[in-house]
Design a protein around this ligand. Sequence first.
Ligand SMILES: [Ca+2]
Ligand SMILES: [Ca+2]
Length: 357
Amino acid sequence: MKKVIVAAVVAAVAAFIGHRFLQLKEMALTSRDVPVKHLNCHYLKNIEYGAEDITILRDGLAFLSTGLNYPGMPSFSDENEGNQGKMYVLDLLHPRPTPVELQIRGELDLSSFNPHGISAYIDEADDSVYLFVVNHPHHKSKVEIFHFVEENTLVHLKTITHPLLHSVNDIVAVGVESFYATNDHSFPNEALHFLTVLLGLPWCDVVYYSPKEARVAADGFMSANGINISPDKRYIYISDILDHAIDVYERQEGEQLVHLKSVAVGSLCDNIEVDHRTGDIWLGCHPNGMKLLMYDPEDPPGSEVIRIKNIHSEQPVVSQEYADNGHVLIASTVAAPYEGKLLIGTVFHKALCCDLK
Ligand SMILES: [Ca+2]
Ligand SMILES: [Ca+2]
């Protein structure tokens, strides 16, 4: 009898694990291939080690974070070669926009600078531009706040660390020292996080930080990745990359977030940019997560750009705007629109400037 019970338990556990691995394959969209859908694009000069995140100011100045080194992802930047993490700026109003490296002044250790998600904040009191950058020196998570001055200089103002900010992917600034940040891991420990994903436990969260408080503002994500804000600053959008969905929250008094809806996108969407004129959501996505994790130069991971129109209406319109099989652009993470142009960045490859008209 005892043997029968043990055999039944072993069979049940095996069946459960088998079922979870099948779910994991579905989560990673392992059997998905997207047909190529190109735009008129050219590679941006000087961007050879990825531009994981890009954001564009209303006056056409774009900021790019480059050279990300992220556990489990290929990276071709190397601090020993002098091509480690850097920030770039480019002026989209220029007839031939070219990224220029931003000079960083202040106390920041540049040899371990490893920039990831970014967000710009304009202080309406004096039009000062602040750039918030997620930084992973030695694979830790920190948020660096810079003041953008002159044409190509960032002055480092402050480094923020907090136990709640343990696996930060992206941020959206809502004040000169306050922001929302996504954690893409439920635990900083890779094995524990993998276990929660395997068991289907949506334990990742989004943290609100200000000099007065740090707290979990939203939770229930399988893996919270991109985050951004509507042009009227009333709504926050969060990409749950493993749930293939964009979650919409309303900001309420005291920076409380109230969940309004979840919009399915059918892809592993990374960072979120918002068209400042139309409010359309633009997403840089990974069509197939397995190809990204098991990087094979012969069969590289592809790229996909998805747009959501009228996200607050009863029927948001989700459309694919660009797709590539990895032969032009590998592993897109962000798509930033500006007046008929679209910048597309990647984890570790190049970046494109495309015409939308
Ligand atoms: Ca961002
Ligand atoms: Ca991201």
